[in-house]
Write a protein that binds this ligand. Structure first.
Ligand SMILES: Cc1ncc(COP(=O)(O)O)c(C=O)c1O
Length: 383
């Protein structure tokens, strides 16, 4: 696998010992975010913090982001402390009482159910998260388009509209609004709809979903739309990138005057800036198959296990001894699931550095760090 390894990553590899390291290319991240921002002109760009909440990553993104999407009180407090002036959208399928009390300081509150709306006291600017019954094809993960715990179907949205004192078609038929929120409608301002129907989609597929969400929101008389994240990232063909230019142009064509369109990507913003470096501790053949055992493991980089792919990598050799051929790269956890890449062609020897690419999103922060109590990686930042 030939990967273009930034010179700063190579420099970090030179001094690497058996403690693995994460290297974040913040300069590359800033360039990428600036390009995405330019491509999406006219659409607000928020970053889904769950993809990577590293403080340096958030600081590097801040100049290019209109806001941040957080999905827990922990993420909320983390971003608030780091970037006090940032606009925060608060989402997530289950919210505790302590989290609901944060509404006054959130820019937008993504309501997931009528029961959540009944518990909200506000003041809050609310988007209703809708799960439309639209076909979601080609997605890596589907959060919508059928029965899932994320958001509401149109019946749930209609119930929320009634609670907020907005007339629905059912009200018209029955001659009036049946229910009201105890706090009154003034405390909760309905701003629009939110939808994150799937992750891992190409621009044309995301635009098709956007069209459906816009049509639905407009039918309710709403003019603000958060269209979610979910822009595709290919780990098997890293050179293939999401077509931000086509997506931005498509959104501009769909938007009507006076409407606010917002997106909240995670993976496609930060995946490419992260590298995970680890040394080769052992190379061996077992029942005819070659394995390289690394000083790190998927307790630091769980992405290939959760997504079931081969994590792309480059070998940074430290000797001429590397033997060519297919090899399975494994960590040193006592589980057969601790695999980064299977039977991939590579030349490597004990002592070489393996630099895993695309480790900047859903990587360190989703991994089970304490399993086996190995040392934590070091973190380096290229500026
Ligand atoms: C509500 C919401 N918004 C945004 C995202 C970011 O998605 P992605 O990282 O695929 O862009 C997620 C991911 O699960 C999400 O649940």
């Amino acid at each position: 696998m030939s990967m273009d390894v930034p010179s700063g990553v190579r420099r970090a590899a030179e001094s690497l010992d058996d403690v693995p390291a994460y290297v974040y290319d913040l300069a590359g991240l800033a360039r990428h975010a600036a390009a995405v921002r330019a491509a999406l002109a006219g659409t607000e760009l928020c970053y889904a913090v769950k993809a990577n909440p590293d403080p340096e990553v958030l600081r590097a993104l801040a100049p290019y982001a209109d806001g941040f999407e957080v999905s827990s009180g922990g993420e909320f407090e983390h971003v608030r402390a780091l970037l006090p002036d940032a606009r925060l959208s608060f989402g997530g399928p289950g919210k505790t009482g302590a989290e609901l009390a944060l509404t006054p300081s959130a820019h937008r509150w993504h309501v997931e159910s009528p029961a959540e709306l009944r518990r909200l006291r506000g003041p809050a600017d609310v988007l209703l998260r809708v799960n439309l019954d639209v076909p979601v094809t080609g997605a890596a993960l589907a959060m919508g388009g059928g029965a899932t715990p994320f958001g509401m179907d149109p019946d749930g949205v209609a119930e929320c509209l009634a609670l907020l004192g907005r007339p629905t078609p059912a009200d018209a038929a029955s001659g009036g609004l049946s229910e009201r929120l105890p706090g009154g409608r003034g405390a909760l301002r309905l701003r629009g709809v939110h939808a994150h129907l799937a992750s891992g989609l190409a621009a044309p597929d995301l635009l098709t979903l956007a069209e459906a969400v816009l049509a639905y929101g407009r039918s309710l008389g709403l003019r603000e739309f958060n269209l979610g994240g979910g822009m595709a990232v290919s780990y098997t063909r890293p050179e293939e990138r999401f077509d931000w230019a086509a997506y931005g142009a498509g959104l501009r064509a769909l938007a009507r005057p006076g409407e606010t369109l917002r997106v909240e990507p995670g993976r496609a913003l930060t995946a490419y800036c992260g590298w995970y470096l680890t040394t080769v501790l052992d190379v061996k053949r077992v029942h005819g198959e070659r394995f390289a055992v690394l000083s790190g493991g998927t307790h630091h980089l769980r992405t290939p296990v959760t997504k079931g792919h081969d994590q792309p990598f480059a070998v940074l050799p430290r000797s001429e001894d590397g033997e060519h051929g297919p090899v399975t790269l494994v960590g040193r956890l006592c589980t057969p699931k601790d695999v980064f890449s299977r039977r991939v062609p590579a030349a490597l020897a004990v002592g070489d550095v393996v630099a895993f690419a695309m480790a900047g999103a859903y990587a360190w922060n989703i991994s089970h760090h304490d399993f086996l109590m190995h040392p934590k990686p070091e973190f380096h930042y290229l500026r």
